[in-house]
Write a protein that binds this ligand. Structure first.
Ligand code: TRP
Ligand code: ZN
Length: 492
């Protein structure tokens, strides 16, 4: 809080009598200021991102309505309603937000006082009464202007809401903490939530988002000169995994694939910028086979839809596993990266992290999936394993749990994480390894409350439970040793 810039905001009321406004100022603002300044609500306490999130807050659902009048610019308007629950008494709600200017905040429909702390990237709201465990409330935030920025020093990227003016395109790229540049949120994967997303764009543009498109709702919302696209993300995901795309996009449908729970059909749709050449689209021709291969190893595909949204050719960023709709730059449009992002739908999106330090549980598993796919193609698996090992030898390595933000997406998270799983597999055999993976995804996915997230201790406990001492002995050096353990040897 110290040194942070406080911007005081009152609810944007309809042109009320000045006296009425002053009355609200006197009673409302002092409560908000006192509460926020003297004892800010504790954050989630993530060791690598100590400012993120609010302890005890459980956002169950985000109803997100965003309007973009000039695609490609940073301008947007939003009306977002969060359905809030809590696991402790919350006198204030302190969301992550560095987005456009907030005009109004409502609590169950009634205007309430709020404070924007630009430095802390927080929006603090004082409800009429504390939110109690077991209660739910609806918190609505209206905002408009230019999207905020969250710069990631490690990746050298501006995270969150992105735009490409020449292409008339906007998209989101939020991992790990960029979502609050456009979405007031509890911006941490330990608090996953469901989403309804309405994207309103000028006629002629197409919008896409994580989840299943709701054509019936769209029909009801059509207006002259604009089109609203509506999407339901019915299973909880982390905020960073919300994928949004606006542009001159072509939506390509393919036959559904029966790899959901109980063989449920998974809707298949991909989005390509108009004029995307065939060599780029070719990377995505085998998504159906990839879904079948990976669900065999990991268990049912966790969401109702899957596909990719390809970015315009001007954009040079890494690919990101946005839920149900991986975000793929042209440069990364190859089968290996496509497979990697698909694997994250299980590892990261359905099974969320409890804390960022354990990001190897995302990246190591998704990297390991590349080996499973290579083997299924009759490719040279051992060569891939040797390349991973050589990379760690040349770049250096560390224990799996990351100690700094800079370590989050390094080769230890990816290649050492993958080799940890390889060591486990070689120690216990394919059948037990497959059983372990199925149990892991089933046990740690699905809920919106924080006990469905996973950390390294959960991983080790499940290894012990499912495959016993031999498995645990094989993975422990990979998890804990400072140096690089010997290359695991075996058939694979
Ligand atoms: N999770 C991404 C992957 O598939 C890597 C990543 C981390 C990323 N943060 C990002 C990609 C931000 C794009 C933007 O490995
Ligand atoms: Zn990854």
């Amino acid at each position: 809080m110290n040194g942070s810039r406080l911007t005081v905001k009152l609810p944007l009321l309809p042109r009320l009598a000045v006296l009425g406004l002053l009355a609200l100022t006197a009673s409302g603002w002092s409560v908000a200021a006192g509460g926020a300044a003297s004892s800010p609500a504790p954050t989630l306490g993530d060791a690598l991102f100590p400012g993120l999130g609010q302890l005890g807050l459980d956002v169950q659902h985000y109803d997100v309505a965003l309007s973009v009048d000039r695609p490609g610019t940073a301008e947007l308007r939003g009306v977002v309603t969060l359905t809030l629950g809590s696991t402790r008494l919350l006198p204030t709600i302190r969301l992550d937000f560095t987005g456009p200017e907030v005009g109004a905040v409502r609590w169950n429909g009634q205007p309430v006082p709020f404070v924007v702390e630009a430095g802390a990237q927080k929006l603090t709201v004082t409800p009429p009464a504390s939110l109690r465990p077991g209660e739910t409330a609806r918190l609505t935030v209206e905002y408009g202007g230019r999207a905020g920025t969250v710069t990631d020093p490690d990746l050298g990227l501006d995270l969150g809401w992105e735009g490409v003016l020449e292409a008339g395109t906007n998209y989101t790229l939020s991992e790990p903490h960029g979502a609050h540049s456009f979405l007031p949120s509890n911006d941490h994967p330990a608090d996953t939530a469901t989403f309804t997303t309405r994207l309103t764009v000028p006629a002629g543009f197409t919008a896409a988002a994580s989840g299943v498109e709701d054509l019936i709702a769209e029909g009801a919302e059509a207006r002259a000169g604009r089109h609203t696209f509506v999407f339901h993300q019915a299973r909880p995901i982390p905020t960073y995994a919300l994928g949004l795309h606006i542009g001159h996009l072509e939506r390509v449908e393919s036959p559904a694939v029966p790899v959901g729970p109980g063989g449920a059909p998974v809707v298949r749709r991909d989005y390509f910028p108009m004029g995307t050449p065939d060599r780029v689209r070719a990377a995505y021709r085998r998504t159906d086979e990839m879904l079948r291969a990976l669900s065999g190893w990991f268990g049912p595909y966790p969401f109702a839809a899957y596909g990719v949204a390809v970015l315009p050719p001007q954009v040079d960023v890494p690919a990101l596993e946005t839920a149900t709709l991986s975000t793929m730059p042209v440069e990364s449009s190859n089968e290996q990266v496509a497979l990697h992002e698909l694997a994250h739908q299980w590892f990261g999106n359905a099974v969320p992290l409890r804390r960022w330090a354990d990001v190897w549980l995302n990246e190591g598993f998704a990297t390991y999936a590349e080996l499973l796919w290579t083997e299924a193609q009759g490719g040279d698996g051992p060569a891939m394993v040797r390349r991973w090992y050589a990379r760690l030898q040349s770049r250096g390595t560390r224990p799996l749990v990351a100690a700094t933000q800079e370590e989050l997406f390094d080769s230890t998270a990816y290649q050492r994480g993958a080799l940890t799983l390889h060591a486990l597999r070689l120690a216990v055999g394919d059948a037990a390894f497959r059983d372990f993976l199925h149990t892991y995804t089933a046990r740690f996915s699905g809920g919106s409350s924080s006990n469905n997230a996973v950390d390294t201790a959960d991983f080790l406990a499940l290894v012990r439970e499912r495959v016993g001492a031999a498995g645990e002995a094989a993975v422990r050096p990979w998890v804990f040793d400072v140096g690089l353990p010997p290359l695991p040897v075996g058939e694979k």
